[in-house]
Design a protein around this ligand. Structure first.
Ligand SMILES: [Mg+2]
Length: 241
């Protein structure tokens, strides 16, 4: 209910942008279910069958690898070091990530922006290694982006989302270095929305349907899926259909 009301009431207040940054997991590709499955597999091994709570899931989404490991170890008191957790997770994920699907509406939006020469980049908390697993069958799609920033393995990045660093770095790597107010971010996770908003950028949130109204509030706009997005709200070329 809330998302449509926000679209109606706020869209006249949006500011036009020139560049667009995209989160990846849960926004462009359906990998959050794989993170949940990975965490639950590790929990089962160390503390017995355990469902990942929505509260912890909300905090996990968007985190870089060492922060994610620390969160799960602390929340569930696992007898592991973060690096050990990450190593175990990677083994589980290398069989699951390659089979992930692209999220509804992602392909249409990215191809549209690309066709109109709007500069677009990927700003993911993934490491380059997990990016390769996730995009095994989507290589051509991810080549449409002008550049990629991998938050868990980029030497220029020390702090992950919710810190604004990844979006600031991703914007600075466009040749014309746009100011934050000229950049629009797409995100699904509260950590990512916070990061974009701290960077001074507008942010469209396309969250998991379980996301509460309070967690959507910091976004410039919250949508149910990417098909609902109208580029002209932010001064970008409208879809032809
Ligand atoms: Mg995400």
């Amino acid at each position: 209910m809330g998302s449509n009301w926000r679209v109606q009431s706020d869209k006249m207040a949006f500011k036009p942008v020139t560049h667009v940054l995209f989160d990846m997991d849960g926004l462009l590709i359906d990998t959050e279910v794989i993170y949940t499955r990975t965490i639950e597999t590790i929990l089962e091994k160390y503390i017995g069958p355990t469902e990942l709570s929505w509260d912890v899931k909300k905090k996990q989404m968007g985190k870089i690898a060492p922060d994610l490991a620390k969160l799960i170890i602390e929340e569930y008191k696992l007898p592991l070091q973060p690096a050990e957790y990450t190593a175990e997770a990677r083994i589980i994920q290398e069989n699951l990530f390659p089979h992930c699907d692209i999220m509804p509406g992602a392909e249409r939006l990215i191809r549209h922006l690309k066709a109109h020469n709007i500069p677009i980049a990927l700003a993911t908390s993934s490491a380059a290694e997990t990016f390769r697993m996730k995009t095994t069958y989507h290589k051509e799609f991810f080549q449409l982006f002008d550049h990629h920033v991998y938050g868990s393995s980029d030497p220029e990045l020390k702090r992950g989302k919710p810190h604004p660093d990844i979006f600031i770095v991703a914007a600075s790597r466009f040749p014309d270095k746009p100011a934050p107010e000229n950049v629009l971010v797409f995100e699904d996770a509260p950590n990512g929305v916070k990061a974009a908003s701290s960077a001074g950028m507008q942010v469209v949130m396309v969250p998991d349907p379980r996301m509460d109204e309070e967690s959507r509030r910091e976004a410039t706009l919250s949508l149910t899926n990417l098909y609902e997005f109208k580029p002209e709200w932010f001064g970008l070329p409208p879809f032809d259909d």
